[in-house]
Design a protein around this ligand. Structure first.
Ligand code: PLP
Length: 467
């Protein structure tokens, strides 16, 4: 049990909050509940809320809520605050840039920060070839632009994506996304010329993980050759580890064979590294683990320490295939976001946050395997670096157990630990801690997770969860 302290919320300030879990009220507290009532009256229900706790300030690996509770953040605002929330270097860069100018529109009068971020993307993304980058506002916009560029460069219409994939919420990226509810339900008709192949998802592959890579590849190649026409495909868009789909790590060798197929047929390979990029998986980009050099890479989330920014990086000849003024947008590559990105990337390099991601795996993976040993409902442990997950099932070892996940998440939140759910079947618990998280804080969060599983599984409900 966390210590419940009496007393009011700490006054808001610029000091880094103490890196310690501390609850002074129940979670959510009364002020959060008041704000939630205002939110319900002012914001549509369609914009969901995973945890009705309103944040007042944040720093490093904690969030301080409006009631004065300090919660451990094992979600990083969905893989965004990798360098820590309100990282001092990012805050200074933002303040300094905002004081100079906040906007000009790069397409009207350019500025150096945009070019600087693009140079870094060109250097850091996989592939030794000459590259170009463009900047946008979000991950979805990055994926949209990657498809536009691939179509312009190839003169072909079709896009091939995968089961369990997630690429955003705009019309095209919602179409590329696999999961129907909540992402697509009621929002059709969808964009044309999008085709979906099976993902090499080892835990759920019907004939077992050993045959997964070969069989999934055969089905992909068959779909493209017999149903779409390889000469009609502009690009294949794939996450090197699927994010919202449940941290599915493709069976080894699958993506390499997909990449070879693409190269053989003039199809561009787009790696959607929006969630996996910038050190999250223990390398700068997760494509590296798969031995692939994508033609185009999309980025966002962890690029700018919490400021909105996305990018498309690709082979120079592909990126340059688009006519002048065919790409852009009013806010894309905002100067304040660019300043934040340069500071965040500097920090990832100078503090070896890529190495920190690997260290997080060293600490957290044995704990997750321990959960799996103790509880048969924890059926699969997977992920890389600081992108780790467990898949929860019923008594048959296979049927998804979303109610168990919801129970565990609720128990963690009540004890002051923010953990996220994911998965096509809503039964995957994922950890995405800030890469700067202190080891004590991480271990405390994992202790709470252990206790939440033990308590949830002690009750009759989930012990008997079955088909
Ligand atoms: C792999 C991937 N692509 C694209 C997106 C969409 O990014 P955004 O929410 O910034 O539009 C996400 C968001 O979760 C993602 O995980």
């Amino acid at each position: 049990m966390v210590q419940i302290l009496s007393g009011a919320a700490s006054p808001p300030g610029t000091d880094r909050p103490e890196q310690r879990r501390q609850l002074v009220t129940a979670v959510p507290g009364p002020r959060s509940q008041e704000l939630m009532a205002r939110r319900t009256a002012a914001v549509p229900a369609g914009v969901g809320t995973a945890l009705p706790v309103f944040v007042e300030r944040a720093g490093g690996g904690v969030l301080v809520d409006v009631d004065g509770n300090t919660l451990i953040d094992l979600g990083s605002g969905i893989a965004v605050t990798s360098v820590g929330n309100a990282a001092p270097a990012v805050v200074s860069a933002v303040a300094e840039q905002a004081a100079r100018f906040t906007h000009t529109c790069f397409m009207i009068t350019p500025y150096a920060g945009y070019v600087e971020v693009c140079e870094r993307l060109n250097r850091l993304t996989p592939g030794g070839f000459e590259k170009r980058s463009m900047l946008v506002n979000s991950g979805a916009e990055a994926v949209e632009n990657a498809v536009k560029i691939a179509r312009a460069a190839t003169g072909r219409p079709a896009v091939v994506v995968f089961e369990h994939g997630y690429h955003g919420r705009t019309l095209l990226t919602m179409t590329l996304t696999a999961k129907y509810r909540p992402y697509k339900a009621g929002f059709g008709p969808y964009a044309p010329e999008v085709y979906r192949a099976p993902m090499a998802y080892p835990f759920r592959w019907p004939s077992g993980p050993q045959r997964c890579a070969d069989e999934a590849y055969e089905r992909f190649a068959d779909l493209v050759s017999t149903q779409v026409g390889a000469d009609q495909v502009a690009c294949v868009v794939v996450e090197p580890i699927q994010g919202e789909g449940g941290f599915v790590v493709p069976a080894p060798g699958f993506l390499r064979r997909v990449a070879e197929f693409c190269a053989a047929h003039g199809i561009l390979l787009v790696a959607d590294e929006v969630q996996t990029g910038f050190g999250r998986t223990g390398d700068w980009f997760a494509s590296t683990f798969e031995g692939i050099e994508p033609d185009l890479v999309t980025t966002a989330k962890g690029i700018a320490g919490g400021m909105p920014l996305g990018g498309v990086t690709g082979r120079a000849e592909v990126m340059d295939a688009v006519h002048v003024s065919g790409l852009g947008g009013t806010f894309g590559g905002n100067p304040v976001s660019c300043a934040a990105a340069v500071a965040a990337i500097d920090m990832i390099e100078s503090e070896d946050l890529v190495g920190r991601a690997r260290r997080i795996a060293e600490l957290a993976l044995p704990r997750l395997h321990g959960l799996a040993e103790r509880h048969p409902q924890v059926a699969d442990v997977r992920g890389r670096g600081a992108m780790l997950a467990v898949e929860l099932v019923g008594a048959d070892g296979r049927t998804p157990a979303p109610a168990l996940l919801a129970d565990v998440l609720r128990r963690c939140a009540a004890e002051g630990v923010i953990v996220l759910g994911a998965g096509t079947y809503g039964n995957v618990l994922r950890l995405l801690p800030p890469l700067v998280i202190g080891e004590d804080l991480l271990l405390d969060g994992l202790d709470v997770l252990d206790a939440a599983f033990a308590a949830a599984l002690a009750g009759p409900v989930h012990r008997s969860t079955g088909p």
